[in-house]
Design a protein around this ligand. Sequence first.
Ligand SMILES: Nc1ncnc2c1ncn2[C@@H]1O[C@H](COP(=O)(O)OP(=O)(O)OP(=O)(O)O)[C@@H](O)[C@H]1O
Ligand SMILES: [Mg+2]
Length: 384
Amino acid sequence: MATIEMKNIVKEYGDGFPAVNDVSIDVADGEFLILVGPSGCGKSTLLRMIVGLEDITSGDMVIGGKRVNDLAPRDRNLSMVFQNYALYPHLTVYENIAFPLRLAGMKSSEIDEKVRQASATLDLDEHLERKPANLSGGQRQRVAMGRAIVRDAEAFLFDEPLSNLDAKLRGQMRTEIARLQKKLGITTVYVTHDQTEAMTLGDRVAVLKRGVLQQLATPRELYEQPVNLFVAGFIGSPPMNFLPAKIQGTQVELPFGTFELPADKAAKVEGRDLLLAGIRPEHFEDVSVLEDVDEARTFEATIDVREWLGDQQYAYIPYDAEPNVQDQLKSLAREVDGDSLRTQLVVSLDSAARETEGASQLTIDLDKLHLFDPSSGENLTVGL
Ligand SMILES: Nc1ncnc2c1ncn2[C@@H]1O[C@H](COP(=O)(O)OP(=O)(O)OP(=O)(O)O)[C@@H](O)[C@H]1O
Ligand SMILES: [Mg+2]
């Protein structure tokens, strides 16, 4: 097992475009690190540079304290699991798992021990004599993992290993991978564009956008303290609401009302004019389910659609915004590969909230409000 240190890693392909641009990430021994970001942001490229399948244009790749820039993939002793698993169709499950060991010239008795150990860990015992074509997607996935774990590799590298599976199996395999990684304690770098996978699997998550590292933090920190609009919009489902926010002294004017800002936030945005406010759906509530209501934080909302899910309900509240704000929200939506962030507020309410005709009284938790600089995207209230 090993640490992986990426130091100012740059990858320029033939046309000079930096697919990975000055990325520095330290992965601790035994850590589960996620690389996440929209399609084309350089996740696979970065992973392939760790394994050695892609040359590094500049920067240092250090694995277990050793610079590996010039080492061939086989000399790096890493295990990679690809999206398509790359199993050999003509070999049995047993032989697929044994393959790297046979290649390394290991004795048959030792191979047998290792394969059976992996098979027991992965619950594959009854499938050892079958061919990959006769396995389910999840079983194939486990065979690919088996082939990776028999090798006693320094680290596991995964490139979107679950993207071919249906939603239910993806959920199950996600839990399996998390369990296995904890059990084996192997340093792992895992690429995905699925923010749910990123949030649930990772000790830490690195968010990339167009080859540039945006934020490297625990899932909770990414969710609660995103450093910029991109991270804020990418992490979370349904996504954070973004609203035009006009600062007036210590108050903020939002499309549905004007509120006093918490003092620490007000101090950070003193003298600013038009900003973008970000607030997550769960930081609203229907006053009908609350005992204590802070009148200064309530507003009246006309809900046009409700989605009642049993344990909660989503409510949609359209509002008007000026064309330039609308344009900005649309381009943000494109960047994060998101659904269209229309000029509507999405709020998550207690399932017991009454379905009233006409206007509802809602509260907003202003302590959870973020304020972003609309031109740089920077979160001006990060850490508060
Ligand atoms: N062999 C190549 N030659 C030139 N450009 C490439 C090559 N491979 C990838 N790129 C470009 O580098 C950028 C990053 O690609 P990469 O495959 O790393 O993205 P990704 O984040 O893995 O995306 P996805 O989620 O779609 O797999 C993209 O703009 C891509 O077009
Ligand atoms: Mg990729």
